[in-house]
Design a protein around this ligand. Sequence first.
Ligand SMILES: Cc1cc2nc3c(=O)[nH]c(=O)nc-3n(C[C@H](O)[C@H](O)[C@H](O)COP(=O)(O)OP(=O)(O)OC[C@H]3O[C@@H](n4cnc5c(N)ncnc54)[C@H](O)[C@@H]3O)c2cc1C
Length: 403
Amino acid sequence: MADFSLSLNDDQLQIKDWIHQFAVDVIRPAAHEWDEREEFPWPIVQEAAKIGLYGLDFIMNSMGDPTGLTLPVAIEEIFWGDAGIGMAIMGSGLAAAGIAGNGTPEQMIEWVPQCYGTPDDVKLGAFCVSEPDAGSDVSSLRTRAVYDQAKDEWVLNGTKAWITNGGIANIHVVVAAVEPELKGRGQASFIIPPNTKGLSMGQKYKKHGIRASHTSEVVLEDVRIPGSCLLGGKEKLDAKLARARANTSSGKQPAMATFEATRPAVGAQALGVARAAYEFALDYAKERKAFGRAIIMNQAIAFKLANMATEIDASRLLIWRAAWLSKNGGFKNAEGSMSKYYASETAVRVTEDAIQILGGYGYTREYPVERWHRDAKIHTIFEGTSEIQQLVISRAISGLRIE
Ligand SMILES: Cc1cc2nc3c(=O)[nH]c(=O)nc-3n(C[C@H](O)[C@H](O)[C@H](O)COP(=O)(O)OP(=O)(O)OC[C@H]3O[C@@H](n4cnc5c(N)ncnc54)[C@H](O)[C@@H]3O)c2cc1C
């Protein structure tokens, strides 16, 4: 078990500085352009891949760290640069986590690298759970997977909604109902290999924030995949279904397991956005004069900044604790959800206060704080809304099935 420490080790400090420099030199200068274009920032992701920031090695090294802190530290810096580009760099990680969480070692070796490609040929992964009628309520997915025993193939039909990298990814990991009457316990995760017939991109969403990140529907029409693309394998699925039918299963759902493990990382994304806005507002408040003095000399402004600094630090502490626990003994009281919930709500508050501190300038696209405010908001919605985090936390602390 690694010691929990608030001092980053030399490797972590080096990674933090290295990514911060990339964020300063490459991500920040590109942020406004890609937000306006609302397109996937391929050249920036390619640059990230060339320096080793996008790819399997980076993810494996960060996730392999026994303290758990390297990944949130890295993510905070990337998202300090820009959240839309940050999602473009980190989005494939969701698919990789879905494979790692549910697949066999052989499946991981085969498919995870294909979510990233190589620096010369960058690829993407997409993790497809949500549907038009099932977002928070992942137990009621309508996408069906039916086994064709004669051909040892699975046939998938359905529509997935709001999928990061949906339709432009090389690898789509799809969660589907195998036995819908068993709700969440009757679901399984599948790999849809590159260029599989029947998978297509539906509408591409126009979004409030993180506009450089690609979000689309994914339509599955008689998608046929080999039996080997069922994550975890048929034997394991059959055993799980048998337990569910006999009502002795744990109730653990594949999608939920993935989301739980990735929550501190999502908190770190929000933290990066909040810190960007706070730093900008602090500098601005020292420079901007009103009534003959810097606006920070008014308690109304200085106290806002004091609250921002305090809540940002509190978010980081919750995230680091959760990240450490995820590697050292696991969560006890939904600490992963606590970190994501608090950091996301903080990011929305902090970025709104930053606009207030910048006044009229803050409201215009001339300054980045309005973009940070738009970008912050997604964190209270995806990978479990704030209300769902509250639900998870209240169930964990009470031991009761709070509705
Ligand atoms: C930009 C973006 C990227 C995304 N990327 C992905 C992705 O890559 N893969 C993927 O699978 N999904 C993705 N999503 C989907 C996202 O995870 C869902 O939007 C989210 O889980 C919420 O689901 P919903 O939109 O259906 O809202 P709903 O579930 O309909 O919720 C609507 C409101 O009701 C509240 N609510 C619902 N149930 C309860 C309850 N029991 N108690 C209290 N309040 C409740 C919610 O908190 C929310 O405020 C993405 C979404 C966006 C916007």
